[in-house]
Ligand binder design. Sequence first.
Ligand code: SF4
Length: 728
Amino acid sequence: MTSLASKQPAASAQAQAPKRVTLRQAKATCPYCGVGCVLDVRSEEDRLVQITADPKTAPNFGMLCPKGALLFKSDAPERRLTSPMMREHKDAPLREVSWKEVLGYIGQRLNGILQARGPDAIAFYGSGQLDTEASYLFTKLFKGYLRTNQMDTNSRLCMSSAVAGYVKAFGSDGPPTCYDDIESADTFIILGANMTANHPVLFNRVRRRRATQDQSRIIVIDPRRSKTAEFADLHLPVKPGGDVALLLLAMRRLLQLGEIDRAYIDAHTEGFGELSDLLKACDPVELYEAAGIDATQIEAFVQMLCGDRRLLSFYCMGANQSTSGVEKNTAIINLHLMLGEVGKVGAGPFSLTGQPNAMGGREVGYLCHQLPGYRKVTEESHRGEVERLWGIPPGSIRPTPGRSAVPMFQAAADGEIDALWIACTNPAVSMPNVSVSQAGLRRAGLVIVQDCFVDTETAQYADVLLPAATWGEKSGTMTNSERLVTRSRAVKDAPGKAVPDWQIVAAVGRAMGFEGFGYTAAEQVWDEFRQTTAGTHCDLSGMTNQRLDLGGIHWPCPNEDHPGTARRYGDGAFPTPSGKARFHAAAPSLPDELPDQAYPLAVMTGRVAAQWHTRARTGNVPELVKQAPEPFIEVNPHDASHIGLSEGQWAYAVGRRGKSLARVRVTDGVPRGSVFLPFHWGDRFHSETSANFVTNDAIDPVSLQPELKFAAVRLEPAPAPLLEGDQR
Ligand code: SF4
């Protein structure tokens, strides 16, 4: 194992020894999307050389998308951060230092801030790309030892509305379904998810099912005619923000037709009366107006839901990234409960995760209100259990949730946070209303950035840079969208002084004088973590290291002989006080800001197939850059003509918080009055191209997830930018 101790300067003499040619091979989980494909990775002399997939290994059974297949070209040695770096003040240049020096400096600065301003002046912002071992140790260090709940991650931007939706309806987070349900489903609803771009391997399975089963149908609910919509039997181009209205119209009609599963509702649910009252009381004219869909389209939709069918619904950012994200999730789950389409083979409401380990992060409790095992900081008994497991004094864990992602960066901008530690993500590009996050990064007195690349947009704000091993260089564990836990093994050594993320966290814990961070292997961290989940809703305690090395396992897996649980709630029993699933009646609500005369267009942000997140890794791969070389904005021909824009021209999307530069694509794939703007391109591409200069940082009141999918803008012609730098 590569250890931090072996990366100290004293070890450099050993590096002079003649190097042996090494060929290594191992399985590793893809570091991109939540499908969680397991890859066979080969390296030669510390270079990744080949990625393949084994047809017998779940969940991808030999399939790969171009992003995964080209991973061996993504590590960009010239961009790697290979040594700790630091500077004592913002105007000084960063200089390379030893691990010993940087750990001493971090310990001294954090202790100083703790004493001077208290724990709430220290914050952590992490990522669903971190493996479970690192995520768990960050949670332990911050919540247990630094005694601050000021930690959140980009899962807040991605999944928190889905978490809240599941908890409200079922009493626990976690999808009830699994990928194998695809091969048994008849009807697919895909809402707010462009699966061809963002979950391509999974969508291949959906397409295969559609092609081989005559009765199967694909319904896509999306304002855009996305690539996924082009495969649909029925595309419902809902008005942006109109999903709840559309689903209420469908449920209302199903109720009128008597096409509901009364026996399931009576036996396994509660609250249907309130939903039924809401459906009867709703004004259909208002609902049609809000949904932007006509009665014929609703009738076609409802007909596909009638009769004997197995309904599997996939949904993602289009449902979650909204000020009514929890309502949207709730509406999807209501539909499933009403039809009795939960807990059956081939059926269920299935929230897709955008990142490879967003699920694992939820399991370790890295959001500001959570603790390991889906526990909450607000529950005294939960805090007590975790304090006992960690061997820390009662009362160590504080009972109040910290700030979620958006308020965290606002607090940094307001001077309320002194130390901000960021790991494995790029908030200087990815946060909504990104100017605020950039201001927070500028203002915080100590910005620690832990990453594998030296030049991310966020690294430019760092006072301390910590070099992390990257994919292929570390062993660790991740949980994909279907609760499948998989183990990755390293196939090459990390360059220079870079080490796995968990080792960095443990080393800081030790440098600060904390006991409980004396791990010498990732497997020890895993063993400790899995024990914290025993008896909880996400029980992984039966997943030993040895078992994970043999293949993935679905949780719950409560003992070492347990095979894992692919599907949940098959017995109709839910972890709520009554044991029943809960309907929630919620009327539709409008987005936080609406178009007006000054800003007449609704901008929807999203992703493209060839890029991932902020391109820190996919931007290194020439084939992927060629497919998606520059930011673009899709504009309906009517709007383009009205504004005087033509195909290929550059334009600013100008919003209430800033403006974003992109090349115009004229297409009737976006409806009149809306534009589509991918968010991948940040300052490394060009200083004006971040889509998040215009996005809205208003948040859902329950999930605290920001409304990245809806803001009001106008378009203005712009001169072609001078492009330089990251143009591989
Ligand atoms: Fe990776 Fe997702 Fe592609 Fe699979 S589908 S190879 S997990 S990016």
